[in-house]
Design a protein around this ligand. Structure first.
Ligand code: C5P
Length: 421
């Protein structure tokens, strides 16, 4: 699965720093976790404070640092039980062999060991120590106990150590730790979406971007579509728990996390892949692509040479992808888009009927502030008559927010009683 550093909102990490030279790496780890959007609170043991100051972590995390168990002043801010409840993850990095031993024995003689016993959240430890201490039987025995107790151990890296030794015991780089933590929350989020998301269990196919219709090996006819709306929709459908296939014309956008992307160039290719998706089993088909209406009748085998003052190129009509899919016997729920410059609602409602769609989202591309290359959009959504659903006005918002509202509209229509046609 590709790793996406998209922001994880409102997840709380208690980062516990214990005594070891790797503590300096934890300062950078705080930055990387904050970059992803985590709320971070730092706990330091006595040993950690010999290597790095609480002030460093306070500045980086934007929160007071917790160092004492029995300090009335600190407990008045956020007491240890509150902190234990606040955490969605307790990450101990670096974890010294002393801390591992305390955890394994169930001691509660300082803030961190008490937190460990008091929290219900998952606990991750990133041991970092001299290679001989890592290999020591007692350390390995304690680690085994912790694994049996459900603690996740991030294995140390091998390499040269600050003490001059070479071997296992280096704390992984902060970027790597932040990536592992982020992936963990992404996976957890995905599992919930797949079970309870608005489009859980559905296969959604989205067409996006322009198509390119070749004239000769070096020239083509195309349009200015950027694919942004389609890509935002693919991401929103995935977040809603669906399996998503994105059939993309030539655009320069990154594939959204978790989405299967199939690149195409021409309208005919886009239709071919769309039909394949139908065979695979497709529940919802969303056509955002700005498909070229015409293609060149005869594509020249070699580059067309400059000749007279005029060049006549004959064009023939491309297949209408969304209308073709809508005509199939096992048709998915069909969503179309309409970009108009005038009589927006009237034309869109006409296309809804003509192309046999279930839903159409239309926008006024004559407005300079929304549409094509813009990051924002505003739309009106119509549903086919048999749904008996009111049209919806989606006010100007980011394409991500509009995509989310379109997912809601699809979900509502799918759960609406419809009259058979
Ligand atoms: O007819 P018009 O191009 O305005 O219709 C727009 C809708 O139809 C969009 O959903 C677009 O993706 C889809 N379409 C298509 N194949 C075409 C032309 C349009 O799927 N050849």
């Amino acid at each position: 699965m590709s790793f996406d550093l998209s922001v994880i909102p409102n997840k709380n990490i208690v980062l516990a720093v214990t005594g070891g030279i790797a503590a300096y790496k934890s300062a950078i780890l705080v930055r990387r976790l904050k970059d992803v959007g985590f709320n971070v609170r730092v706990v330091m043991t006595q040993g950690a404070q010999a290597f790095i100051t609480p002030l460093t972590f306070q500045a980086l995390s934007g929160n007071p640092v917790h160092t004492e168990l029995l300090n009335p002043e600190a407990e008045a801010g956020m007491g240890h039980i509150e902190l234990a409840r606040w955490a969605d993850l307790l990450l101990v990095a670096p974890a010294s062999c002393n801390t591992l031993a305390k955890f394994a024995a169930g001691l509660a003689d300082d803030l961190l060991s008490t937190l460990y016993l008091a929290t219900k959240s998952p606990v991750w430890v990133a041991p970092a120590m001299n290679q001989q201490m890592w290999a020591a039987k007692a350390t390995q025995r304690n680690l085994n106990t912790l694994v049996q107790d459900g603690v996740h151990v991030i294995m140390p890296d091998a390499g040269s150590q600050a003490c001059g030794d070479v071997g296992l015991g280096r704390m992984p780089e902060p970027e790597d730790l932040a990536r592992q933590v982020t992936e963990y929350f992404h996976k957890a989020q995905r599992a919930i979406a797949e079970k309870f998301g608005m489009l859980a269990g559905k296969h959604v196919v989205v067409t996006a971007g322009p198509t390119r219709e070749a004239m000769d090996p070096v020239r083509y006819i195309s349009n200015h579509s950027t694919g942004k709306m389609g890509f935002a929709l693919a991401a929103a459908c995935y977040a809603a728990g669906a399996k998503v296939t994105l059939i993309a014309g030539p655009v320069s956008l990154d594939t959204p996390n978790g989405v299967r992307r199939m690149n195409v160039s021409s309208a005919v290719q886009m239709l071919d892949i769309s039909m394949q998706m139908l065979d695979e089993g497709c529940d919802i088909f969303i056509a955002t692509a700005a498909v070229a209406d015409y293609r060149v009748a005869e594509v020249a085998e070699h580059k067309i040479k400059k000749a007279g003052d005029e060049l006549n190129v004959s064009l023939i009509k491309n297949p209408d992808i969304v209308a073709t899919i809508a005509q199939q016997q096992k048709r998915p729920f069909m969503v179309g888009f309409a970009a108009e410059t005038r009589n927006v609602e009237e034309y869109a409602a006409g296309k809804l009927v003509a192309k046999k769609l279930d839903m159409i989202a239309c926008n006024d591309v004559s407005r300079a502030d929304i549409g094509f290359a813009s990051d924002e959009n505003a739309m009106i959504v119509f549903f086919a008559e048999q749904y008996h659903m009111q049209k919806r006005d989606l006010e100007k918002a980011s394409k991500q927010e509009i995509a989310q509202q379109l997912v809601e509209a699809i979900h509502d229509a799918l759960h609406h009683e419809i009259e058979p046609v």
